[in-house]
Ligand binder design. Structure first.
Ligand code: SF4
Length: 451
């Protein structure tokens, strides 16, 4: 990566950039960088960018004032104005330390296109610094301070053309979407009823503010999709999700009715099926058949969150009460008969299974449990992925130490290898679509993805 910083510097009119190679480096002064180098050496088959993504996710990053200033300009400004920015974060996670007059930027993009989702402004123990080098005309990653040499050139997701536009009902489109690399994420229901009776997943910090009238108007969804399609080449997949609403004539009936209305609206511009994933609870098969029949979506994700049965019951009490661990898995597998092999997904919140007081005692136990999950699902045509659990003070688990970076590196390689052995490719959740799954990022090296 460092060699490439120099290449990047050369590509910017030869402007000088100090890199970690410019001096006889004492790696003890740059422990995150040293850890990354060690992991690259220990895992030569793994893309260094994916290891850097994991390192950035685990250690976190803060943005220097000069980078923040550059990110407020039109090409990067990731919202419409201060104040509305909080609305634009559709999952409503709250952040500390961000000036209310400045707009939160989009995700970091590494030079190979790897997307890194960082909770900017969170309180990190020892975060990286995302800085801007005006002489170079580029953003750079540093160990901790503006005086540290650059580790690499980085970029941020550019501002989408729909930001600042309003629907015919006056809704700011920024407030309806979360923009991933090529995927538009809609949160159509902005509360989760598991929170009503303190049954929320213990790691969850979504929807902490609550919303009056949480359901988004389907016409707003339609108009936002329609507008997004006007930006050539920007988006290639849609995604719909929301908090859980298990009410209705049978559990989830009201939610399924609403999702069908939403998905029909989002698909109005498409003549047949359109690339779209619904991330929702594990529904019984007859409800899934209805969704597939009455909408044009191609993919479905029912997130198990935690594979181990006892820890699922502890960490996901709402899901356990309304569906149950074994039934959740059975329904997820059954969904393959509706959506097809490789078009059904699930994910675990990796690291939560190690949380105190009820989690596994060792990383090896956690790793074995999660690999078992991935293998079980892969054998049945389900893509099982993981996201990195970042403890949050507003969740029931509160602040806790994270699992070590080495754990996530092993997990990424293990998940990738299992899925590849079963001929599975995460077309709906790869680095170009969601970008939130380090294991899926590794697929770019696979021959099966080149055709
Ligand atoms: S289902 Fe669980 S993770 Fe999802 S919003 Fe509700 S409490 Fe949070």
């Amino acid at each position: 990566m460092v060699d490439s910083v120099e290449q990047g510097a050369a590509a910017t009119d030869g402007a000088a950039v100090r890199t970690v190679l410019d001096r006889d480096i004492d790696t003890r002064a740059y422990p995150k960088y040293a850890e990354w180098r060690r992991l690259c050496e220990e895992n030569p088959a793994m893309a260094p960018f994916v290891i850097m993504k994991l390192s950035l996710t685990c250690h976190g990053a803060v943005i220097s004032p000069r980078a923040m200033e550059r990110l407020q300009q039109d090409d990067y400004r990731f919202g419409t104005r201060a104040g509305e920015d909080d609305e634009a974060n559709s999952f409503d996670i709250e952040f500390d330390g961000r000036s209310t007059t400045q707009i939160m930027p989009g995700a970091v993009v590494l030079r190979d296109g790897t997307f890194v989702y960082i909770n900017y402004g969170e309180t990190y123990a020892d975060p990286y610094l995302l800085d801007y080098d005006a002489e170079l005309g580029a953003f750079v990653l540093r160990e901790s301070s503006e005086q540290d040499p650059a580790i690499d050139i980085v970029d941020f997701v550019p501002r989408p053309a729909i930001f600042g536009r309003r629907t015919s009902r006056g809704t700011l489109m920024d407030t309806l979407v979360d923009v991933r690399p090529q995927k538009l994420i809609f949160t159509a229901y902005r509360t989760c009823h598991f929170w009503d009776h303190r049954e929320q997943c213990r790691f969850c910090a979504f929807f902490t503010k609550g919303h009056e009238g949480p359901a988004v108007d389907p016409e707003d969804l339609y108009e936002t999709v329609h507008a997004a399609l006007e930006e050539p080449g920007r988006f290639s997949e849609l995604y719909l999700s929301g908090g859980t609403d298990y009410e209705g004539a049978e559990p989830f009936a009201r939610e399924v009715d609403r999702y069908i209305r939403d998905l029909q609206a989002m698909g109005r511009d498409f003549p047949g099926r359109f690339p779209c994933q619904l991330m929702a609870p594990a529904y019984p098969k007859h409800l899934l058949e209805r969704i597939y029949r009455e909408t044009g979506i191609t993919s479905y994700s029912a997130d198990i969150e935690v594979w181990d049965r006892e820890r699922f019951r502890w960490l996901c009490p709402g899901k356990e009460r309304v569906v149950g661990h074994d039934e959740w898995i059975r329904r997820t597998v059954d969904a393959v008969e509706v959506f097809g092999h490789g078009n059904v997904y699930t994910q675990v919140v990796a690291g939560a299974e190690l949380a105190r007081p009820g989690g596994f005692d060792t990383v090896d136990e956690a790793l074995a449990s999660n690999l078992e999950a991935c293998d079980y699902f892969a054998e049945r045509g389900v893509n099982c992925l993981f996201i990195v659990w970042r403890p949050h003070r507003r969740s029931r688990l509160g602040w806790q130490p994270m699992a070590p970076l080495d754990y996530y590196v092993r997990l990424a390689q293990g998940f990738h290898d299992i899925r590849r052995a079963h001929g599975l490719i995460c077309l709906d959740d790869d680095y170009k679509m969601c970008g939130n799954h380090p294991c899926a990022d590794l697929e770019r090296m696979d021959e099966a993805c080149w055709s």
